[in-house]
Design a protein around this ligand. Structure first.
Ligand code: SAH
Ligand code: SF4
Ligand code: F3S
Length: 444
Protein backbone atom coordinates (compact mmCIF):
# COMPACT_ATOMS: atom_id res chain seq x y z
CA UNK A 1 0.00 0.00 0.00
CA UNK A 2 1.30 3.48 -0.92
CA UNK A 3 0.34 6.82 0.51
CA UNK A 4 -0.75 10.02 -1.18
CA UNK A 5 -1.01 13.45 0.43
CA UNK A 6 -3.07 16.12 -1.34
CA UNK A 7 -3.09 19.80 -0.47
CA UNK A 8 -5.87 21.89 -1.99
CA UNK A 9 -6.03 25.59 -2.79
CA UNK A 10 -8.82 27.53 -4.51
CA UNK A 11 -12.51 27.02 -4.99
CA UNK A 12 -14.98 24.26 -4.12
CA UNK A 13 -14.43 22.67 -7.53
CA UNK A 14 -10.86 21.99 -6.55
CA UNK A 15 -12.08 20.44 -3.29
CA UNK A 16 -14.42 18.21 -5.26
CA UNK A 17 -11.59 17.29 -7.65
CA UNK A 18 -9.29 16.44 -4.75
CA UNK A 19 -11.86 14.00 -3.38
CA UNK A 20 -12.25 12.43 -6.81
CA UNK A 21 -8.48 12.09 -7.20
CA UNK A 22 -8.38 10.23 -3.87
CA UNK A 23 -11.14 7.92 -5.18
CA UNK A 24 -9.22 7.37 -8.43
CA UNK A 25 -5.72 6.62 -7.15
CA UNK A 26 -7.04 3.95 -4.78
CA UNK A 27 -7.31 1.75 -7.87
CA UNK A 28 -3.53 1.77 -8.22
CA UNK A 29 -2.94 1.21 -4.50
CA UNK A 30 -2.47 4.81 -3.29
CA UNK A 31 -4.38 5.68 -0.12
CA UNK A 32 -4.96 9.02 1.57
CA UNK A 33 -2.58 10.09 4.32
CA UNK A 34 -2.88 13.21 6.48
CA UNK A 35 0.84 13.09 7.25
CA UNK A 36 2.74 15.33 4.85
CA UNK A 37 6.10 13.88 5.89
CA UNK A 38 5.20 10.30 5.07
CA UNK A 39 3.91 10.24 1.51
CA UNK A 40 4.95 8.30 -1.60
CA UNK A 41 3.11 10.83 -3.69
CA UNK A 42 2.55 14.52 -2.96
CA UNK A 43 -0.10 16.31 -5.02
CA UNK A 44 -0.75 20.04 -4.90
CA UNK A 45 -4.10 21.06 -6.36
CA UNK A 46 -3.63 24.70 -7.28
CA UNK A 47 -5.58 27.90 -7.98
CA UNK A 48 -4.63 30.69 -10.41
CA UNK A 49 -7.40 33.20 -9.77
CA UNK A 50 -5.17 35.92 -8.28
CA UNK A 51 -1.44 36.48 -8.46
CA UNK A 52 -0.70 35.46 -4.88
CA UNK A 53 -2.14 32.00 -5.57
CA UNK A 54 0.75 31.17 -7.94
CA UNK A 55 3.60 32.19 -5.64
CA UNK A 56 2.01 30.10 -2.89
CA UNK A 57 2.63 27.04 -5.06
CA UNK A 58 6.39 27.55 -5.23
CA UNK A 59 6.54 28.33 -1.48
CA UNK A 60 4.70 25.09 -0.80
CA UNK A 61 7.06 23.00 -2.96
CA UNK A 62 10.02 24.55 -1.15
CA UNK A 63 8.52 23.41 2.14
CA UNK A 64 8.02 19.86 0.88
CA UNK A 65 11.58 19.71 -0.46
CA UNK A 66 12.89 20.63 3.01
CA UNK A 67 10.80 17.97 4.74
CA UNK A 68 12.14 15.26 2.41
CA UNK A 69 15.76 16.47 2.42
CA UNK A 70 17.08 13.27 4.03
CA UNK A 71 14.40 10.93 2.80
CA UNK A 72 13.22 9.33 -0.40
CA UNK A 73 11.53 11.99 -2.46
CA UNK A 74 7.80 11.49 -3.13
CA UNK A 75 6.43 11.79 -6.67
CA UNK A 76 5.51 15.48 -6.81
CA UNK A 77 2.44 16.34 -8.88
CA UNK A 78 0.97 19.77 -9.57
CA UNK A 79 -2.67 19.73 -10.62
CA UNK A 80 -5.37 22.40 -10.94
CA UNK A 81 -5.47 25.81 -12.55
CA UNK A 82 -1.82 26.91 -12.11
CA UNK A 83 -0.77 23.60 -13.66
CA UNK A 84 -2.95 24.36 -16.67
CA UNK A 85 -1.83 27.97 -17.02
CA UNK A 86 1.91 27.52 -16.48
CA UNK A 87 2.32 23.93 -17.72
CA UNK A 88 5.91 22.86 -18.59
CA UNK A 89 7.31 26.19 -17.37
CA UNK A 90 6.79 24.98 -13.81
CA UNK A 91 9.11 22.01 -14.18
CA UNK A 92 11.78 24.32 -15.60
CA UNK A 93 11.46 26.72 -12.69
CA UNK A 94 11.15 24.01 -10.03
CA UNK A 95 12.81 20.72 -11.05
CA UNK A 96 11.53 19.11 -7.83
CA UNK A 97 8.16 18.84 -9.66
CA UNK A 98 7.66 15.54 -11.54
CA UNK A 99 4.22 15.70 -13.13
CA UNK A 100 1.97 18.54 -14.26
CA UNK A 101 -1.67 17.67 -14.80
CA UNK A 102 -4.39 20.14 -15.83
CA UNK A 103 -7.98 19.97 -14.49
CA UNK A 104 -9.32 18.19 -17.58
CA UNK A 105 -6.74 15.38 -17.56
CA UNK A 106 -7.34 13.71 -14.19
CA UNK A 107 -8.57 10.57 -15.96
CA UNK A 108 -4.98 9.96 -17.09
CA UNK A 109 -3.42 10.35 -13.68
CA UNK A 110 -3.30 6.68 -12.68
CA UNK A 111 -1.43 5.61 -15.81
CA UNK A 112 1.03 8.47 -15.43
CA UNK A 113 1.75 7.71 -11.78
CA UNK A 114 2.17 4.00 -12.53
CA UNK A 115 4.55 4.54 -15.40
CA UNK A 116 6.42 7.35 -13.73
CA UNK A 117 10.17 7.20 -13.52
CA UNK A 118 12.19 10.09 -12.21
CA UNK A 119 13.96 10.71 -15.47
CA UNK A 120 10.84 11.24 -17.46
CA UNK A 121 8.82 14.19 -16.26
CA UNK A 122 5.35 14.53 -17.73
CA UNK A 123 2.93 17.29 -18.59
CA UNK A 124 -0.75 16.68 -19.38
CA UNK A 125 -2.78 19.76 -20.09
CA UNK A 126 -5.20 19.03 -22.93
CA UNK A 127 -8.87 20.02 -22.54
CA UNK A 128 -10.75 16.75 -22.55
CA UNK A 129 -13.72 17.25 -20.22
CA UNK A 130 -15.90 14.58 -21.77
CA UNK A 131 -13.38 11.79 -21.35
CA UNK A 132 -12.58 12.92 -17.83
CA UNK A 133 -16.18 12.55 -16.69
CA UNK A 134 -16.71 9.32 -18.67
CA UNK A 135 -13.82 7.88 -16.73
CA UNK A 136 -14.73 9.35 -13.35
CA UNK A 137 -18.35 8.19 -13.69
CA UNK A 138 -17.09 4.61 -13.46
CA UNK A 139 -15.36 5.27 -10.14
CA UNK A 140 -17.48 5.40 -7.01
CA UNK A 141 -17.58 8.74 -5.22
CA UNK A 142 -16.61 7.73 -1.69
CA UNK A 143 -17.42 11.04 -0.05
CA UNK A 144 -19.50 10.39 3.06
CA UNK A 145 -19.87 13.84 4.54
CA UNK A 146 -23.24 15.23 5.66
CA UNK A 147 -22.75 18.07 3.18
CA UNK A 148 -21.10 17.09 -0.11
CA UNK A 149 -20.03 18.86 -3.28
CA UNK A 150 -21.16 17.54 -6.64
CA UNK A 151 -19.76 19.09 -9.82
CA UNK A 152 -22.45 19.28 -12.51
CA UNK A 153 -20.82 21.77 -14.88
CA UNK A 154 -17.27 22.84 -15.59
CA UNK A 155 -15.50 25.55 -17.51
CA UNK A 156 -16.54 28.93 -18.80
CA UNK A 157 -17.27 30.53 -22.18
CA UNK A 158 -17.91 34.01 -20.82
CA UNK A 159 -14.42 35.50 -20.90
CA UNK A 160 -14.76 38.32 -18.41
CA UNK A 161 -11.74 40.52 -19.15
CA UNK A 162 -10.06 39.93 -15.79
CA UNK A 163 -10.51 36.19 -15.38
CA UNK A 164 -8.29 33.16 -16.01
CA UNK A 165 -10.98 30.50 -15.61
CA UNK A 166 -11.88 30.11 -19.34
CA UNK A 167 -8.17 29.46 -20.00
CA UNK A 168 -7.54 27.12 -17.08
CA UNK A 169 -10.76 25.09 -17.00
CA UNK A 170 -11.61 25.24 -20.70
CA UNK A 171 -15.01 25.59 -22.38
CA UNK A 172 -18.36 25.13 -20.63
CA UNK A 173 -19.30 21.49 -20.28
CA UNK A 174 -22.38 20.02 -18.58
CA UNK A 175 -22.35 16.46 -17.28
CA UNK A 176 -25.10 14.04 -18.38
CA UNK A 177 -28.22 14.47 -16.23
CA UNK A 178 -28.50 10.76 -15.42
CA UNK A 179 -24.88 10.49 -14.29
CA UNK A 180 -25.33 13.38 -11.89
CA UNK A 181 -28.44 11.82 -10.37
CA UNK A 182 -26.62 8.49 -10.02
CA UNK A 183 -23.71 10.16 -8.26
CA UNK A 184 -26.14 12.06 -6.01
CA UNK A 185 -27.92 8.83 -5.06
CA UNK A 186 -24.62 7.23 -4.31
CA UNK A 187 -23.58 10.12 -2.05
CA UNK A 188 -26.95 10.04 -0.30
CA UNK A 189 -26.54 6.30 0.31
CA UNK A 190 -23.18 7.15 1.90
CA UNK A 191 -24.94 9.52 4.32
CA UNK A 192 -25.02 12.86 2.51
CA UNK A 193 -27.97 15.05 3.51
CA UNK A 194 -27.03 18.23 1.69
CA UNK A 195 -25.80 18.54 -1.89
CA UNK A 196 -23.97 21.60 -3.13
CA UNK A 197 -24.12 21.52 -6.93
CA UNK A 198 -20.98 23.02 -8.38
CA UNK A 199 -19.92 24.72 -11.57
CA UNK A 200 -17.89 27.76 -12.57
CA UNK A 201 -21.21 28.83 -14.08
CA UNK A 202 -23.49 26.33 -12.47
CA UNK A 203 -26.69 27.92 -13.74
CA UNK A 204 -25.42 27.60 -17.33
CA UNK A 205 -25.97 23.85 -16.84
CA UNK A 206 -27.61 22.52 -20.01
CA UNK A 207 -27.66 18.93 -21.12
CA UNK A 208 -29.65 17.49 -23.97
CA UNK A 209 -30.22 13.86 -24.83
CA UNK A 210 -32.51 12.81 -27.68
CA UNK A 211 -35.46 15.18 -27.62
CA UNK A 212 -35.09 15.97 -23.93
CA UNK A 213 -33.04 18.76 -22.42
CA UNK A 214 -32.23 19.55 -18.83
CA UNK A 215 -31.34 22.71 -16.94
CA UNK A 216 -30.27 23.39 -13.38
CA UNK A 217 -33.92 23.73 -12.34
CA UNK A 218 -34.55 20.18 -13.64
CA UNK A 219 -31.67 18.88 -11.56
CA UNK A 220 -33.09 20.59 -8.49
CA UNK A 221 -36.59 19.17 -8.98
CA UNK A 222 -35.25 15.67 -9.61
CA UNK A 223 -33.01 15.73 -6.54
CA UNK A 224 -35.85 17.16 -4.47
CA UNK A 225 -37.65 13.82 -4.87
CA UNK A 226 -34.97 11.87 -2.99
CA UNK A 227 -36.46 11.50 0.45
CA UNK A 228 -33.25 11.27 2.49
CA UNK A 229 -31.84 14.44 0.92
CA UNK A 230 -32.65 17.44 3.09
CA UNK A 231 -31.01 20.42 1.47
CA UNK A 232 -29.91 21.57 -2.00
CA UNK A 233 -27.57 24.46 -2.79
CA UNK A 234 -25.70 25.53 -5.91
CA UNK A 235 -22.68 27.73 -6.60
CA UNK A 236 -21.40 29.78 -8.42
CA UNK A 237 -24.10 31.30 -10.53
CA UNK A 238 -23.89 34.05 -13.13
CA UNK A 239 -26.53 36.80 -13.47
CA UNK A 240 -26.76 36.14 -17.22
CA UNK A 241 -27.99 32.59 -16.66
CA UNK A 242 -30.49 33.34 -13.90
CA UNK A 243 -33.50 32.15 -15.90
CA UNK A 244 -37.18 32.21 -14.88
CA UNK A 245 -37.35 28.44 -14.31
CA UNK A 246 -34.51 28.69 -11.77
CA UNK A 247 -36.07 31.71 -10.07
CA UNK A 248 -39.32 29.72 -9.85
CA UNK A 249 -37.50 27.08 -7.79
CA UNK A 250 -37.45 29.57 -4.89
CA UNK A 251 -41.17 28.92 -4.45
CA UNK A 252 -41.56 25.44 -5.89
CA UNK A 253 -38.69 23.72 -4.09
CA UNK A 254 -38.82 22.89 -0.41
CA UNK A 255 -35.20 21.77 -0.30
CA UNK A 256 -33.46 24.56 -2.19
CA UNK A 257 -31.96 26.82 0.47
CA UNK A 258 -33.02 30.50 0.44
CA UNK A 259 -29.52 31.81 -0.07
CA UNK A 260 -28.15 32.96 -3.43
CA UNK A 261 -24.48 33.56 -4.07
CA UNK A 262 -24.62 35.70 -7.19
CA UNK A 263 -21.40 37.58 -8.04
CA UNK A 264 -21.84 41.03 -9.55
CA UNK A 265 -18.21 42.29 -9.33
CA UNK A 266 -19.12 46.00 -9.55
CA UNK A 267 -22.10 48.30 -9.05
CA UNK A 268 -21.08 50.51 -11.98
CA UNK A 269 -22.47 49.80 -15.44
CA UNK A 270 -19.39 51.41 -16.98
CA UNK A 271 -17.10 48.98 -15.15
CA UNK A 272 -19.35 45.98 -15.85
CA UNK A 273 -19.07 46.82 -19.53
CA UNK A 274 -15.28 47.12 -19.34
CA UNK A 275 -15.24 43.78 -17.54
CA UNK A 276 -17.24 42.19 -20.37
CA UNK A 277 -19.77 40.90 -17.86
CA UNK A 278 -22.66 41.15 -20.31
CA UNK A 279 -25.14 42.22 -17.66
CA UNK A 280 -25.81 45.52 -15.98
CA UNK A 281 -26.84 46.63 -12.50
CA UNK A 282 -30.50 46.92 -13.52
CA UNK A 283 -30.58 43.28 -14.65
CA UNK A 284 -29.05 42.24 -11.32
CA UNK A 285 -31.61 44.24 -9.36
CA UNK A 286 -34.42 42.69 -11.44
CA UNK A 287 -33.21 39.21 -10.52
CA UNK A 288 -32.97 40.25 -6.88
CA UNK A 289 -36.51 41.62 -6.87
CA UNK A 290 -37.99 38.64 -8.70
CA UNK A 291 -36.43 36.17 -6.28
CA UNK A 292 -37.48 38.22 -3.27
CA UNK A 293 -41.02 38.27 -4.64
CA UNK A 294 -40.99 34.50 -4.90
CA UNK A 295 -39.65 34.10 -1.38
CA UNK A 296 -38.96 37.06 0.87
CA UNK A 297 -36.73 34.93 3.13
CA UNK A 298 -34.05 34.65 0.42
CA UNK A 299 -30.79 36.46 1.20
CA UNK A 300 -27.96 37.31 -1.21
CA UNK A 301 -24.19 37.25 -1.22
CA UNK A 302 -21.78 38.37 -3.92
CA UNK A 303 -18.20 38.79 -5.13
CA UNK A 304 -16.69 42.22 -5.78
CA UNK A 305 -13.54 43.23 -7.60
CA UNK A 306 -12.23 46.52 -6.28
CA UNK A 307 -9.92 48.85 -8.24
CA UNK A 308 -10.60 47.40 -11.67
CA UNK A 309 -8.72 49.51 -14.29
CA UNK A 310 -10.79 52.63 -14.95
CA UNK A 311 -12.71 52.51 -11.64
CA UNK A 312 -13.27 56.09 -10.43
CA UNK A 313 -14.51 57.21 -7.00
CA UNK A 314 -17.92 57.59 -8.59
CA UNK A 315 -17.88 54.00 -9.92
CA UNK A 316 -16.87 52.75 -6.51
CA UNK A 317 -19.64 54.78 -4.89
CA UNK A 318 -22.10 53.01 -7.20
CA UNK A 319 -20.85 49.69 -5.86
CA UNK A 320 -21.34 50.95 -2.30
CA UNK A 321 -24.87 52.07 -3.21
CA UNK A 322 -25.67 48.62 -4.55
CA UNK A 323 -24.42 47.00 -1.34
CA UNK A 324 -26.64 49.37 0.64
CA UNK A 325 -29.63 48.50 -1.51
CA UNK A 326 -29.29 44.72 -1.39
CA UNK A 327 -27.68 44.36 2.05
CA UNK A 328 -25.72 41.26 1.13
CA UNK A 329 -25.28 39.06 4.17
CA UNK A 330 -21.99 37.43 3.26
CA UNK A 331 -19.66 38.41 0.44
CA UNK A 332 -16.14 38.24 -0.91
CA UNK A 333 -14.21 41.26 -2.10
CA UNK A 334 -10.76 41.39 -3.66
CA UNK A 335 -8.45 43.99 -5.13
CA UNK A 336 -8.14 43.46 -8.87
CA UNK A 337 -5.15 41.29 -9.72
CA UNK A 338 -3.89 41.38 -13.32
CA UNK A 339 -3.69 37.90 -14.81
CA UNK A 340 -1.28 37.15 -17.66
CA UNK A 341 -3.03 36.33 -20.92
CA UNK A 342 -6.35 37.99 -20.02
CA UNK A 343 -7.57 41.05 -21.97
CA UNK A 344 -7.37 43.30 -18.87
CA UNK A 345 -3.76 42.37 -18.09
CA UNK A 346 -2.26 45.28 -20.02
CA UNK A 347 -4.54 48.03 -18.68
CA UNK A 348 -3.13 50.62 -16.30
CA UNK A 349 -3.89 50.02 -12.67
CA UNK A 350 -5.77 52.16 -10.18
CA UNK A 351 -3.41 53.65 -7.57
CA UNK A 352 -2.59 50.94 -5.01
CA UNK A 353 -3.45 53.02 -1.94
CA UNK A 354 -6.72 54.20 -3.44
CA UNK A 355 -7.68 50.58 -4.18
CA UNK A 356 -6.73 49.52 -0.65
CA UNK A 357 -8.83 52.30 0.88
CA UNK A 358 -11.80 51.28 -1.24
CA UNK A 359 -11.39 47.65 -0.21
CA UNK A 360 -11.32 48.58 3.49
CA UNK A 361 -14.36 50.72 2.94
CA UNK A 362 -16.49 48.09 1.22
CA UNK A 363 -15.36 45.34 3.57
CA UNK A 364 -16.43 47.29 6.64
CA UNK A 365 -19.83 47.96 5.09
CA UNK A 366 -20.27 44.29 4.12
CA UNK A 367 -19.23 43.28 7.62
CA UNK A 368 -21.75 45.68 9.12
CA UNK A 369 -24.62 44.02 7.24
CA UNK A 370 -23.33 40.57 8.03
CA UNK A 371 -23.15 41.27 11.77
CA UNK A 372 -26.52 43.04 11.73
CA UNK A 373 -28.15 39.99 10.15
CA UNK A 374 -26.46 37.64 12.62
CA UNK A 375 -27.43 39.80 15.61
CA UNK A 376 -31.05 39.82 14.45
CA UNK A 377 -31.04 36.06 15.04
CA UNK A 378 -30.11 36.25 18.74
CA UNK A 379 -32.91 34.80 20.84
CA UNK A 380 -34.55 33.03 17.90
CA UNK A 381 -34.43 29.41 16.84
CA UNK A 382 -32.63 28.58 13.61
CA UNK A 383 -32.76 25.37 11.61
CA UNK A 384 -29.38 23.69 11.56
CA UNK A 385 -28.18 20.70 9.58
CA UNK A 386 -25.74 19.09 11.99
CA UNK A 387 -22.48 18.09 10.28
CA UNK A 388 -19.95 16.95 12.88
CA UNK A 389 -18.55 17.16 16.40
CA UNK A 390 -15.77 19.67 16.95
CA UNK A 391 -12.35 18.22 17.72
CA UNK A 392 -11.43 18.18 21.42
CA UNK A 393 -14.63 19.94 22.44
CA UNK A 394 -18.03 18.78 23.48
CA UNK A 395 -19.61 21.00 20.83
CA UNK A 396 -21.21 20.32 17.48
CA UNK A 397 -21.02 22.09 14.14
CA UNK A 398 -23.67 22.67 11.53
CA UNK A 399 -25.04 25.33 9.21
CA UNK A 400 -28.26 27.33 9.12
CA UNK A 401 -30.21 27.97 5.93
CA UNK A 402 -27.96 30.94 5.08
CA UNK A 403 -24.77 28.87 5.33
CA UNK A 404 -23.63 30.48 8.58
CA UNK A 405 -21.58 28.21 10.80
CA UNK A 406 -23.48 27.30 13.96
CA UNK A 407 -21.68 25.92 17.03
CA UNK A 408 -23.78 24.51 19.81
CA UNK A 409 -23.95 22.04 22.65
CA UNK A 410 -25.41 18.94 21.10
CA UNK A 411 -25.38 15.18 20.92
CA UNK A 412 -23.96 12.63 18.50
CA UNK A 413 -27.42 11.39 17.58
CA UNK A 414 -28.23 14.68 15.86
CA UNK A 415 -25.48 14.37 13.22
CA UNK A 416 -27.13 14.35 9.79
CA UNK A 417 -30.39 15.75 11.19
CA UNK A 418 -31.96 19.18 10.87
CA UNK A 419 -32.63 20.52 14.36
CA UNK A 420 -33.58 23.83 15.94
CA UNK A 421 -30.86 25.72 17.74
CA UNK A 422 -31.58 28.74 19.91
CA UNK A 423 -29.02 31.44 19.13
CA UNK A 424 -27.44 32.96 22.23
CA UNK A 425 -24.35 34.72 20.83
CA UNK A 426 -22.96 35.68 17.41
CA UNK A 427 -19.84 37.00 15.77
CA UNK A 428 -19.21 37.91 12.17
CA UNK A 429 -19.16 34.39 10.77
CA UNK A 430 -20.59 32.16 13.44
CA UNK A 431 -23.74 31.72 15.51
CA UNK A 432 -23.50 30.06 18.92
CA UNK A 433 -26.34 28.45 20.81
CA UNK A 434 -28.13 25.56 22.45
CA UNK A 435 -30.52 22.97 21.10
CA UNK A 436 -34.05 24.31 21.33
CA UNK A 437 -35.65 21.19 22.80
CA UNK A 438 -39.12 22.75 23.01
CA UNK A 439 -39.19 23.57 19.35
CA UNK A 440 -37.70 20.24 18.30
CA UNK A 441 -40.35 18.39 20.32
CA UNK A 442 -43.09 20.39 18.60
CA UNK A 443 -41.54 19.70 15.19
CA UNK A 444 -41.38 15.96 15.93
N1 SAH B 1 -17.90 32.36 -12.28
C1 SAH B 1 -18.03 33.25 -11.22
C2 SAH B 1 -16.73 33.59 -10.51
C3 SAH B 1 -15.58 32.67 -10.52
S1 SAH B 1 -14.05 33.31 -9.96
C4 SAH B 1 -18.64 34.55 -11.75
O1 SAH B 1 -18.70 34.76 -12.92
O2 SAH B 1 -19.00 35.40 -11.01
C5 SAH B 1 -14.39 33.76 -8.27
C6 SAH B 1 -14.21 35.22 -7.97
O3 SAH B 1 -12.84 35.58 -8.02
C7 SAH B 1 -14.88 36.16 -8.96
O4 SAH B 1 -16.23 36.32 -8.69
C8 SAH B 1 -14.09 37.43 -8.80
O5 SAH B 1 -14.70 38.29 -7.85
C9 SAH B 1 -12.73 36.95 -8.29
N2 SAH B 1 -11.71 37.17 -9.32
C10 SAH B 1 -11.59 36.56 -10.51
N3 SAH B 1 -10.55 37.04 -11.22
C11 SAH B 1 -9.99 38.01 -10.46
C12 SAH B 1 -8.90 38.90 -10.64
N4 SAH B 1 -8.18 38.90 -11.76
N5 SAH B 1 -8.61 39.76 -9.64
C13 SAH B 1 -9.34 39.78 -8.50
N6 SAH B 1 -10.39 38.97 -8.27
C14 SAH B 1 -10.72 38.09 -9.24
FE1 SF4 C 1 -14.47 34.05 -14.79
FE2 SF4 C 1 -16.38 35.53 -15.83
FE3 SF4 C 1 -16.27 32.92 -16.34
FE4 SF4 C 1 -16.95 33.78 -13.90
S1 SF4 C 1 -18.09 34.12 -15.80
S2 SF4 C 1 -15.54 32.14 -14.39
S3 SF4 C 1 -15.67 35.58 -13.67
S4 SF4 C 1 -14.80 34.44 -16.99
FE1 F3S D 1 -8.99 28.91 -8.67
FE2 F3S D 1 -9.34 27.43 -10.79
FE3 F3S D 1 -11.18 27.51 -8.92
S1 F3S D 1 -8.39 29.40 -10.73
S2 F3S D 1 -10.98 29.59 -8.15
S3 F3S D 1 -9.16 26.72 -8.67
S4 F3S D 1 -11.50 27.37 -11.09
Amino acid sequence: MKKIFIKTFGCQMNEYDTNRIYDTVKNIGYFKTNDLSDADCYLLNTCHIRDKSKEKVYDEIGRVRKIYRNKKKPIVIISGCVAQAESGEMIKREPYIDIIVGPQSYHKLNKIIESFNHKKKRELTEFDTENKFNYLDKIKNNDSKVSSFLTVQEGCDKFCSFCVVPYTRGPEYSRPFKKIIEEAENLINNGTKELILLGQNVNAYFYSCGDKSYKLSDLISELEKIKELKRIRYTTSHPRDMTDDLIECYTSSKKLMPFVHLPIQSGSNKILKLMNRNHNVEKYLDIYKMIKQKNSKVEFSSDFIIGYPGETDNDFQNTINLVKEIKFINSFSFIYSPRPGTPAAKLSLVDKDVAKDRLTNIQSLLEEYQIKKNKSLIGSSVEVLVENKLKNQNKYFGRNIYLNSVIFEGEQKYIGKVINVKVTKVNRNTLFGKIDHNKNMRAA
